[in-house]
Design a protein around this ligand. Structure first.
Ligand code: GRF
Length: 214
């Protein structure tokens, strides 16, 4: 399975995918492209070091958003991935891309959807709101991308307990380490091996209970 990974920042989730492929945790998968809207994203350096083709194309390079959206769609069509993985991608995915790759885009979100998600909930802001509300459990979610924001069918989730002395930064790091870097590679491997299907907007995973995946 060929995957294109879309990033905007440090790329630790991209690194978890690269390491997962190299260690054999993720099978039947190769990264055919890393795309970033941010030319300064360290994620691009991770791709370079791993010998993976990468491209940076920012909306700022275009007259208007429509032209950017068209260019982004073409970049992805040229790469011709079987699956697109949003790994900390902060650019709004154009609806033409969602349509072209319907059912073949997944996203990692740093909370237990449907809590603390949707417009305005990204990066550290998610964890700030979690701590502000005083919930006892947060975590991460991998879901399919549909036309909405963080609204597609949920594939995997992993809970992470909140500590009373947590800061947003400490919580973000623990959720990345204990949840994101585990469930995103797992989800990719499951999809790459044809074990994931969607019926009535619900995800079914072959062997989920037998292998007590989570
Ligand atoms: C991660 O917390 C991810 O859940 C969120 O953005 C962050 C990206 O981090 N979508 P990185 O670029 O993968 O390190």
């Amino acid at each position: 399975m060929k995957i294109a990974v879309m990033v905007s920042g440090g790329g630790t989730n991209l690194q978890a995918i690269i390491d997962g492929i190299n260690s054999g945790l993720i099978t039947n998968t190769e990264i055919c492209l890393v795309y970033s809207n941010n030319p300064k994203a360290y994620a691009l350096e991770r791709a370079r070091l791993a010998g993976i083709p990468y491209v940076a194309k920012s909306p700022k390079e275009f007259e208007n958003r429509q032209d950017f959206n068209k260019a982004l769609l073409q970049i992805l069509k040229d790469a011709d991935p079987d699956l697109i993985v949003l790994a900390g991608c902060l650019v709004v995915i154009p609806s033409d891309v969602v349509k072209e790759f319907e059912g073949r885009i997944i996203n990692i979100h740093p909370s237990l959807i449907p809590s603390f998600c949707g417009t305005g909930y990204y990066g550290l802001k998610v964890h700030e709101k979690v701590l502000e509300r005083g919930v006892r459990v947060s975590g991460a979610t991998v879901h399919f991308v549909d036309e909405g924001t963080d609204t597609g069918p949920i594939i995997l989730q992993k809970p992470v307990m909140i500590r009373q002395d947590d800061t947003p930064e400490v919580l973000q790091k623990r959720i990345m380490e204990q949840a994101e870097w585990k469930i995103l590679p797992m989800a990719i491997d499951l999809i790459a091996n044809g074990r994931v299907s969607v019926r009535d907007n619900k995800v079914f995973i072959e062997g989920y209970e037998e292998e007590n995946i989570f």
